[in-house]
Design a protein. Structure first.
Length: 347
């Protein structure tokens, strides 16, 4: 199944920023595949699409960071496009950022995709069906880069500013561009300061988390932790807002490419502020607690989890992921424009 997206439309959706050109003659294109890179927010449980030693390719998991399926699986369900998901839990953009061993988009995910992209079986068939003109490349990375154990706790290599992270994201897009990728979706940083791990005390912030067990030892001032994460997230997202049009229109870094910046931060903030518009579980709507932390018998039913924005202290719920997937599909359908850019035209 293919989804259509016009190359040139006015921006039509609150959570996606696109970058138009003066050329209005392009015809709509089709999307038949999406290749995705990221961390646990996106990890389907697969690492490659080449057959393993048993000659088989795995299937996406059903119990993942949301407690169920993650958003790329719903993109496939809602649109029918093929999904090639290389995201791994715990990943950062560049594994050098972390003092501990972590999967890196740079060191692991892009190389795994490139190996799959070149793989041809004994009958001459490619393992990936990703024609350049019909494939969108998406990246959603940064939750761990900005988080504890890396930049938030000053655990990155000495002298590394936050812009090392955003620079890394664009460097990975360079590698994809070099092998023919021309349509990209960059997903910005989620509102991490609203997750229970980083939230204000009055917004459900926890003293310690399964993902940050010594949080209170690092800083017992939860308000300061939350405010710092809020500032980090806003700063990095501002870099995306300005760097993407700069790279496209001034630096001419990605000639004749199509880009959309999916403002997941605003989307998830809207869920937090207006849960009744998005959540639909069987218990009172909850944006400050998390489903995995509910200790009452009513939470044994997964239908109640859809009342929660968060599955655990750090990860969105499956219902939140359905919403993210729904809006991502709007990009692919054409309600949102992945717009083509002319090399030398400044708007």
């Amino acid at each position: 199944m293919k989804c259509h997206f016009p190359a040139l439309l006015a921006l039509a959706f609150a959570f996606v920023r696109a970058y138009p050109t003066l050329d209005t003659t392009s015809k709509s294109k089709q999307v038949s595949a999406v290749v995705i890179f990221g961390d646990s927010y996106t990890d389907e449980g697969l690492t490659q699409y080449r057959p393993g030693s048993n000659g088989e390719v795995g299937e996406p998991g059903t119990v993942l960071s949301t407690g169920g399926r993650v958003w790329p699986e719903y993109v496939n369900q809602y649109s029918g496009v093929k999904i090639y998901d290389y995201a791994r839990s715990g990943a950062v953009c560049d594994s050098i950022f972390s003092p501990t061993s972590r999967n890196g988009v740079k060191q692991n995910q892009i190389p795994s995709f490139l190996a799959d992209n070149e793989y041809v079986n004994s009958t001459g068939q490619r393992v990936l069906d990703n024609p350049s003109a019909e494939t969108v490349y998406a990246i959603w990375i940064g939750t761990n880069d900005l988080g504890n154990g890396v930049f938030f706790t000053d655990s990155q290599p000495k002298g590394f500013p936050l812009t090392k992270y955003t620079d890394c994201v664009f460097e990975q897009l360079d590698r994809l561009y070099d092998i023919g990728a021309r349509s990209f979706v960059v997903m910005n940083i989620a509102p991490l300061d609203l997750t229970p791990q980083y939230a204000l005390p009055e917004n459900g912030g926890v003293t310690n988390s399964r993902y940050w067990k010594d949080k209170s030892q690092f800083n017992s001032n939860l308000t300061q932790i939350s405010e710092t994460m809020r500032e980090y997230s806003i700063l990095v997202n501002a870099v995306y807002n300005y760097q993407i049009p700069y790279e496209l229109k001034v630096a001419d870094r990605y000639a004749k490419s199509q880009f959309a910046l999916f403002d997941v931060h605003s989307l998830m903030s809207d869920i937090w502020n207006r849960p009744s518009v998005y959540l639909n579980g069987t218990v009172p709507l909850n944006v400050t607690g998390y489903a995995a932390g509910c200790s009452t018998s009513v939470c044994t039913s997964k239908s109640s989890w859809d009342s929660y924005m968060w599955y655990d202290e750090l990860h969105p719920s499956e219902q939140t992921d359905r919403i993210i997937a729904r809006e991502f599909v709007e990009v692919l359908k054409g309600r949102i424009d992945l717009v083509q850019l002319e090399n030398s035209t400044l708007l």
